[in-house]
Design a protein. Sequence first.
Length: 580
Amino acid sequence: MDHRLPDIQIYPPFAPDADHPVIRQMLADYLRMYAGRDDRLTGHFSEDFSGFTGGGNFLVKDRAEWVAITRQDFAQVKEPIRIELKDVSVQSLTDTIAVATSFFTIHLPIKDHILSRETARLVLIFRLEATGWKISHSSISIPYHLVREGEVYPLKELEERNQSLERVVAERTNQLSAANVNLHRANEDLARKITEHRQAEEALQRSEETYRSILNASPDDITITDLQCRILMLSPAAVTMFGFARAEDGYGRLFTDFIIPEDRVRATAHIALQIQGGAGGPGEYHGLRRDGSTFAFEANSEFIRDAAGVPTGMVFIVRDITERKQAEAEREKLELQNQQLQKSESLGRMAGAIAHHLNNQLHAVMMSLEQALGPLPPAARETGSLAIAMQSARKAAEVSGLMLTYLGKSPATPERLDFSATCRLSLPLLHAVRPRNVAVETELPAAGPAIKANANQLQQVLTNLATNGWEACPATGGTVRLSVTTVAASAISTLHRFPLDGRLQDTPYACLEVTDTGCGIAEHDIGKIFDPFYSSKFPGRGMGLAVVLGIIRSCGGIITVESAADRGSSFRVYLPVAAG
């Protein structure tokens, strides 16, 4: 809605000055709204209001009655009127009460197009209330009855016309007397027609009620326009969809105004094609709400035709398809992820085959090197070219072994182990290689729980997690804590970022928790820490956590991580407790 005052000129131009600026501004607004026949004028009235108008001898003490009188005045003359301001006086009676008096000449169209030019007086009493200054009393005098010759046009022509009408009335009186007999006969027919008309009105009212019920119940926007797409009616859903304060705010606007500029040309062309009788069908566009936000919608349109079948307007059915578009985008994203997953699985199978083949070839190389080194003296076995070749072959075999472990194809044989005892065997090595400024704390039970895994692989998991923990600690030092517990499957939180795949079995789980007080993992990195060769510390290399994930998967377990930047990390390894 346009909240500007009507473009009505006050002569001479009247603007507030330093003397009572608020009251003068309200008086100026009042005159402009009165001249423009603006219903917002009634919003300035206090709830405790009184006033009178014209030459009447009564006092209106009810605000609603005064609003009705004002609106009746506006209804009689809806077009803007011209006001020539003569004098203005503003006086403050107290800090909360002020009186404004103004005299002006008003050019007022009145009945039968007679223009009266008279001086009117307006007295307003303002009172400062909780919501600001309000008008508590209004007195406006417009002397309709003081019309003088020379100021009224066309009064003489009207008198002559009245005389002519009197002659015609006399003639018609005789004719009506003769028609009185026929009138009596027509009464019964008229009564019948009145009954039929009443029935038709009731049917029309029921039809309108059904029509409004459909509009109110429809989740889609139903908009009716003329053939130029100028909005004539909006359903309640349209008010919500386009962000109007009320339906009337959209009346008179073009339907295409609520489509983003990028889609507006295409929408206009589509509608023009329909008007010309071309192919129709729904169109998809992006709508523009009143607050500037956008949304996707689908619009179907159809002509409104008169009894002769001639198009007189259009009806648009608008459906918000934002969620559908988001679902389609999400489906495309999932399909792309599925394709990438299939590609990764294919690459994984190929990498496993290559690692197996490479491992076999390296074993053949190392056996040949062992045979060649056999006859050599001990010093030559450790420093010669064959010794260097043997060391390189062993390192290559370790890399291929790590790759097979990550892919879950390691030939390591699992066995029944005491989880706590196996972790305890790794402690001497951890204490030997840990930084001096990092403390390693443990909470390991005396025995159990029993699991089925490979001891070397399990120690490799513990070593990798502990090493990552103290490398994340700052130079000032920190703490890495190791603990082993037994938990039920139902107690494992579903809020963990991992596992990435697999399901929990209905069995107790042995839990190895490795917690550090280090720098933590940023939100955007936490989903990539198990990728091969990814490292936030050494970009481009590293398979530690990837190997850990491969070992845990091969044991039927899962791993979770909880971390945040500058708040440390907590890795939990869950392995099924061995039966028996």
